[in-house]
Design a protein around this ligand. Sequence first.
Ligand SMILES: *[C@@H]1O[C@H](CO)[C@@H](O)[C@H](O)[C@H]1NC(C)=O
Ligand SMILES: *[C@@H]1O[C@H](CO)[C@@H](O)[C@H](O)[C@H]1NC(C)=O
Ligand SMILES: *[C@@H]1O[C@H](CO)[C@@H](O)[C@H](O)[C@H]1NC(C)=O
Ligand SMILES: *[C@@H]1O[C@H](CO)[C@@H](O)[C@H](O)[C@H]1NC(C)=O
Length: 174
Amino acid sequence: MLVLAILVLSPGLSYGFWKPGNTMCKAIESTHHTCSVTQGGNAFLQVITNASGLQVHFKKQFLTGGSEEVLTIKKGELKIRYDSFRNRTEAFMDNGTIKIQNVKWEDAGKYNVEIFHSNGTHINKFDMTLEVKANPWPYVVFACSSVGAFLVIVLISVCICRKVKARKQPGAVI
Ligand SMILES: *[C@@H]1O[C@H](CO)[C@@H](O)[C@H](O)[C@H]1NC(C)=O
Ligand SMILES: *[C@@H]1O[C@H](CO)[C@@H](O)[C@H](O)[C@H]1NC(C)=O
Ligand SMILES: *[C@@H]1O[C@H](CO)[C@@H](O)[C@H](O)[C@H]1NC(C)=O
Ligand SMILES: *[C@@H]1O[C@H](CO)[C@@H](O)[C@H](O)[C@H]1NC(C)=O
């Protein structure tokens, strides 16, 4: 029972400790940027040095060729159009950064970013690929706790064997 408890609980508990952290991606330095984020972590996507007074259009491109607006920033306000990004997305105007919390597998893909002045003049346009990596910790911890549980079983078996032998021996001597 104890072994079972260790097996079941420790990966869960450790996942709490090893929850993936923040990944910073500066998408302003190149025309095509790849941002690699751990599933369950937070992504900080900097699309421009300062977004105050600017318009940002953030679209997801589909393999079929179409695209859909995920979010827009207009007059210092973030508008989320894509339901799966609701309640986990923020924008920091001061440093032009979009924060996506709890990155999901389905967030992976190619995004298109377009930035305009408030008067409509075009500033910048680029693509950004979001890669989502598996969080290895639950697996590592699970493997370690399995090995640990195996060792505990071996130890218990050895102890039981010794006890049995110890009981048999006095009889054998007489
Ligand atoms: C976002 O949060 C609001 C308020 O808590 C809730 O009503 C809404 O259903 C949530 N939307 C999504 C997509 O989870
Ligand atoms: C960003 O730009 C706005 C408007 O141009 C300006 O008021 C603000 O000080 C800038 N912020 C930073 C951090 O440079
Ligand atoms: C932008 O500002 C936010 C809030 O202060 C901060 O958490 C984030 O790290 C900043 N991003 C960059 C690229 O400096
Ligand atoms: C739009 O605004 C920017 C920055 O204020 C300025 O540089 C640009 O010339 C303006 N464009 C037009 C067409 O007014």
